[in-house]
Design a protein around this ligand. Structure first.
Ligand code: LCS
Length: 395
């Protein structure tokens, strides 16, 4: 049942992607089947030829997955979406579809560690050349463009430095040079940042994070702007095989219903925590888009509808002090991942960004003492009290 494009964003979160199903359920049923029966051999052949619409095999298309894909296309303001088995499947599907041997990619230095590793160690095996830049300085992107640059890949805010890239400026540069812009919108979600508005060509996510929101699913999505790009991506995803399954699709779709309200609470909780940390004598620096001290604060104001739930910071005592903090928290949980309802704390250099290597981390500004906090939707007093008692343990 489509309610049209005119709904407010928070209403869309509740209703997007819900179709008409037998018996009239208000949420999409879980079509937990690998394959679909044909009416007869001519029907099967017609489905394979694309002459009639319908379902063949879940790796190719499934109604529960389709419902989530429709919802994500609507929330991002795109044409169609592709549900992937993980955020990394979304990243790899996109880059395999867009690049070939002899092509060049310009990528933000501050991206999720395995994205950097995928480009550096896997795409490079197939003859794709890469340049990593501080994409928060648009002129660095411009300088890195080459005649064979086909993709500019941006994560903003970047994981874990929280650097903010001006999507409008970077899109103009890329398009002038005939390249496409891909944005990983995981840290903000469409509730807080809608990259297509700024001219971006493809938006992807790890749905494991804010979109699902409950730390119980691994999933990803690619959203595209036109049918030609959709068919190109679908072909790669079908052969590469990294599709999401119906049950996880159902869970993410359920999570989307509260996306807007969860993001609002993440934003409300995070600002006082960032301000508290910034004033704390044991804290060296804090990076959060809502602090005026953020070097790209103004770009954030233009691009974001809220400041998000992610903070990175470093203690005066470096990693040793960070280790004491991580071992002393009781309420905040020491775990990787982010964007769930519970507050998580982790150390990128030894955890999420370990595979990048020391040199790439240093170049990206991922210091050895950087701590990343994913602020949950609990009562902020409990999060602050926990940080206070843990910070007090540092001598
Ligand atoms: N993009 C971003 C920005 C991410 O943060 C992650 C995962 C991915 C893509 C990959 O998604 P996945 O395949 O895990 O669904 N980020 C993680 C992190 O920072 N901690 O643990 C996972």
């Amino acid at each position: 049942m489509s309610h049209g494009k005119n709904l407010q964003f928070d209403s869309k979160c509740v209703h997007a992607g819900i179709g008409d199903y037998e018996f009239g359920p208000v949420v999409p049923p879980i079509y937990q089947t690998s394959t679909f029966r044909f009416k007869d051999s001519a029907h099967g052949a017609a489905l394979f030829k694309g002459e009639v619409d319908g379902y063949i095999y879940t790796r190719m298309k499934n109604p529960t997955i389709k419902a989530l894909e429709n919802a994500m296309a609507e929330l991002e303001g795109g044409h169609k979406a592709l549900g992937c088995a993980s955020g990394m499947s979304a990243v790899s599907t996109t880059l395999i579809a867009l690049l070939k041997s002899g092509d060049h990619i310009v990528c933000s230095k501050s991206v999720y560690g395995p994205t950097n590793t995928f480009i550096n160690t896997i795409l490079s095996k197939f003859g794709v050349e890469a340049t990593f830049v501080d994409s928060e300085f648009a002129e660095e992107v411009e300088k890195a463009m080459k005649p064979n640059t086909k993709v500019v890949y941006v994560e903003t805010p970047g994981n874990p430095t929280m650097s903010i890239t001006d999507l409008e400026a970077v899109s103009k540069i890329a398009h002038k040079n005939g390249a496409l812009v891909v944005v990983d919108n995981t840290f903000m979600s469409p509730a807080l940042q809608q990259p297509f508005v700024f001219g971006v060509d493809i938006v992807l996510h790890s749905m494991t994070k804010f979109l699902n929101g409950h730390a119980d699913v691994v999933g990803g999505v690619v959203v595209v702007k036109d049918e030609e790009m959709y068919l190109k991506m679908r072909k790669v995803l079908n052969q590469h095989g990294g599709v999401i399954d119906p049950f996880n699709s159902f869970l993410v779709h359920r999570g989307l219903k509260t996306l807007s309200i969860r993001m609002q609470r993440h934003c409300e909780n995070t600002l006082p925590i960032a301000e508290y940390l910034e004033k704390h004598p044991k804290v060296k620096w804090v990076r959060f888009p809502g602090l005026k001290s953020h070097p790209q604060y103004e770009i954030g104001l233009k691009q974001h509808k809220g400041h998000g739930g992610m903070i990175s910071f470093e203690l005066n005592g470096g990693y040793k002090a960070g280790e004491i903090l991580m071992n002393s928290v009781r309420f905040c949980q020491l775990a990787v991942s982010l964007g769930g309802v519970e507050t998580l704390i982790q150390h990128p250099a030894s955890m999420t960004h370990l595979t990048m290597g020391e040199e790439a981390r240093k170049a990206a500004g991922i210091t050895e003492g950087l701590i990343r906090l994913s602020v949950g939707i609990e009562n902020v007093k409990d999060i602050l009290a926990d940080l206070e008692q843990a910070l007090a343990k540092i001598s």
